[in-house]
Structure formats: C-alpha cells, structure tokens
Ligand binder design. Structure first.
Ligand code: 15L
Length: 265
C-alpha cells in the first residue's frame, strides 16, 4: 500500500515511516520540514492546513491511504487547535474525496475524552469529553471524519493515542503507554482492516494497569503485544501522580491547563 504520512518528521512519524516500510508498504512523507536523515522516498514540504498545497500533493502522487499525524501535540488557543487538528483533517479528506482515496487513519488522542473521570473501564462509546482545546480539536477532527464517512463512504479510523514514548516515564504512563512497536501494529491494522466505516480505538499497549478498552482495537485487528509493567520498578512516585490519576487525560485535566479560549492582544 502506498501511504501518505503527514507529520512524517515528528516523533510518531519517525517511528511509523520505517515501521510501515518494514511491513511492505511504501511511504510518501509530508511535513512542514524536510525529510529526516535516512528517509528514503517521496517527500513534500507542505503545511497540511493549506488545502491547495495538500491538493497538489494528491494530484502529483498515487496514494492508496492517508495516515494523518501532523498537528501540534500540546495545548494552544482554540483557533490554533482548530487549525492544527480540524483544518488539516478537512484539507486531507477533501483531497481524498477528489482523488478517490478511501482510507484515513488519524492520530487522535485520549484527550478527546480526557475529562472523563476514572472509572473501571473507558470504552469507545463514552461521550466526547475533551480536557483542553487540544482535546476539542481532536473531537472536532473526529466529527469531520464521521461526516466524510457518512457522506462519501470513506473508511476512517480514529486512534485515540495514549502516551507514545520509548518507555513509560510516570506512574500514569504505566496505564497509558503506547510502545513504538504497538504503534506500528495499531496503524497497520487500521490501514488494512476490511471496511471499518467510522471506527474509534484506544491506542495503548496491553498494559497490566491499563483501564481503557482494547476490544474495539482488537475487533479492528490491533493486537498490542507490549506491557508498561516491565518498567514499573524504574518509575519514581511524584506528588502530581494523584491529581493525574483522577481523569483519563492526566495532567491535561488539571487546573494547570486552564486558560482562555482566545488570545487577546
Ligand atoms: C497526547 O495526545 C499528547 O500529544 C501528548 O503530549 C501527551 O499528553 C499524551 O497525549 C498523553 O496523554 O500522555
């Protein structure tokens, strides 16, 4: 499969691009910055929020599927978050419809439901409950995906990623960690699962302390293999752990992240 990966120079992209190539796919990279050393393939220096520039990439390349990773991975103002997550998603989906590309895999986030209090199990049917404007952007991007699945019959998978890191570093991440290898497994399953329509999964590893439902992912063929527990002995407890444990979104759901929606001059 020839896959356009946006944000291919970012932390997930640098792991995913070679991971997909190892699994027999061809990667076309897109990012605002040039290709990282070692990337071997077609690359476009493009802002994914620019619909004309995105459309030009689709006009130039044969693309079978899109993995959309581009976007600022932290909190910003509401307009910044909408541009970073919603406008980019819409630009790609419009180009997909125009060029009959049918599969879209999105790096959504647990912060789309981050304000959900800790319960026994977090399922994919919990209501959208963002913890930040970042989370609002992810919810809205998922809504645009849903619209395009319904209108145009696209197959779209929103992967609500937990903590993508080489290793867990905090107590919360013993539950929310997504290993590098499981991330590649998750995206490949999302690319190849037959006819998902609009689907959501939680992008975490098979963590002993995990409490986010993995069944939706397993139904799509994502079978996580790693477990943060093997690192548990190395994690020092911090004062912030208790507050971070109260909600899905951990630190993003705490008062530290409260800010006005709009920047004023
Ligand atoms: C995310 O979606 C963020 O991009 C990242 O900065 C972390 O906050 C991560 O989730 C997490 O919840 O650990």
């Amino acid at each position: 499969m020839r896959v356009l990966v946006t944000g291919a120079a970012g932390s997930i992209g640098r792991v995913l691009a070679p991971g997909l190539v190892d699994r027999g796919h061809e990667v076309v990279g897109l990012d605002r910055v040039p290709a990282p050393d070692g990337f071997d393939g077609s690359w476009h220096v493009v802002d994914a929020a620019d619909p004309d520039a995105v459309a030009a990439v689709f006009a130039e390349e044969r693309i079978d599927a899109v993995v959309h990773l581009a976007g600022y991975p932290g909190e910003g103002s509401l307009p910044e978050s909408l541009t970073s997550h919603v406008v980019t998603t819409a630009a790609l989906l419009d180009a997909m419809v125009e060029h009959d590309v049918r599969r879209f895999v999105y790096a959504s986030s647990n912060h789309a439901v981050g304000r959900t209090p800790r319960t026994d199990l977090l399922t994919t049917s919990t209501r959208p409950r963002p913890d930040t404007f970042y989370g609002v952007g992810k919810v809205a991007a998922e809504a645009v995906m849903s619209l395009y699945a319904d209108r145009y019959g696209l197959d779209v998978v929103a992967c609500r990623i937990g903590s993508f890191l080489p290793e867990p570093e905090t107590f919360r991440q013993l539950s929310t960690w997504l290993s590098h290898d499981d991330c590649v497994r998750m995206v490949e399953a999302s690319l190849t699962t037959p006819a998902p329509g609009f689907a959501v999964l939680y992008g975490v590893s098979a963590n002993t302390r995990g409490w986010w439902d993995l069944d939706a992912g397993r139904a799509l063929g994502y079978d996580p293999q790693d477990d943060a527990e093997e690192f548990a002995d190395r994690i020092a407890r911090r004062e912030a752990d208790e507050a971070e444990a109260a909600h899905v979104g951990g630190p993003f759901a705490t008062e530290e992240f409260y800010r006005p929606a709009l920047d004023r001059s």
